[in-house]
Design a protein around this ligand. Sequence first.
Ligand code: GLC
Length: 472
Amino acid sequence: MKKILFVASEANPYAGTGGLGDVIGSLPGALAKETQDLDVRVVIPMHVRKIKEEYRNAMTKVAEFDLPLSWRTLYCGIWSLTENGVTWYFVDNEYYFDRDKLYGEYDDAERYAFFSKAVLEMLPHIGFVPDILHANDWQSALSVIYLKKMYTQYNTKAIYTIHNIEYQGKYSFGILGDVFDLPGELASTVEYDGCINLTKGAIVCADKVTTVSARYAEEIGTEFYSHGLHYIIWENSHKVCGIVNGIDLSLYDPEDPTLPAPFTVEDTAGKDVCKVEIQRRFGLPESPNTPLVVMISRLATHKGFDLVKCVLEEFLQEDVQVVLLGTGEQEYEEFFSWIATRYPNKAATMLAYNKGIAKLLYAGGDIFLMPSLSEPCGLAQMMASRYGTIPVVRETGGLADTIHPYNPTTGEGNGINFVSYNAHHMLDALRRALELYNRPEHWAKLRYNAMTYDFSWSKSAKLYLEMYRGLF
Ligand code: GLC
């Protein structure tokens, strides 16, 4: 049996803040389901304040040791539980992980250096040496670098997956030895553009580099999308590939009994009930025939909110309602609060991250707007589709790979796309959506296509397996 160890900073349902947590929460289980020949395990930090007590109670302590990190000697506990054929490990150190935030603390570099070191140091203690270590994003990039440069006793292959190249783990050289515990001769491995760049180091050291859609794999080789790393991607292009994410269909299910009115692809009557429930909760006029556009997102520039800012007022002149759920950059929070005050009968804003409300919006919306400037994969467009809420997306990254424009002549396609990062092109796409909405036979077909499109993990899990097999 071959052994895989996923390494990541977050995973649902234990502790998650975004797409990375969803993927690490579902891909390992999908792999275990796909084949009996893999022993799939995952390691994440023990984020004590986030992990629910029921999970903590289900864990057992499997190891405890002193961990050397530069001049420090640190406590390290390893807790474990098994679920759906996957063994989970949680790296425990309260000084580093008994915090309110997963990231954004002053000492993130040290916290994730500790975590990455613990991944390697725990192996003899847990009696498990993986054939493949599969690290994800900059917080676990050091585990790849340590493995390949400092733990060469292990004949383990390394895969590094980029979920978003914008976040690279960049630090000044002053902390190379003191915090990262890297010897001077490894400076050139992690050096890029005059600083330590952990993503660059992991790309260079890994046997394979993957990203979360085929389109994004191409895009990060260009200056526009690479956030400075396109040269490194070029130089390593022989080992870069893209595999699109899936979603856990059991978590995003229109038949979910907790919805105000569950529905199916054959009978979508419940969807209208969900829509009215949204209008009620958000204080909008209850109007089942008014098209409802929803956005659920972190309010970050790369999600395309500059386009929304530019033309939302113009769009609100139509007979539509718009609801936003999300938190993030102040500029956008202020804009959406203002819009809701200015157009109380047409627009509503909830500045929050709330999974229950998100599901209601996915279920009861008509149109799901996702105009990202860049989108490595994007999961929300797939979640919305499951409930027949039609994605209007910019054709980039995973949005391009998962949403195919509806063609009224052939009746094919599962969404509405626009190409240029241009506010009026987005507005035009929204207007095309309204036009289709007003032609019920087309809207029904489009909704059917969206709801029946295969967004399960199964296809992608097979592609990961193929890649793993190529490395064994
Ligand atoms: C990041 C990306 C997002 C992707 C997710 C999971 O959050 O920004 O596009 O879906 O990771 O891979």
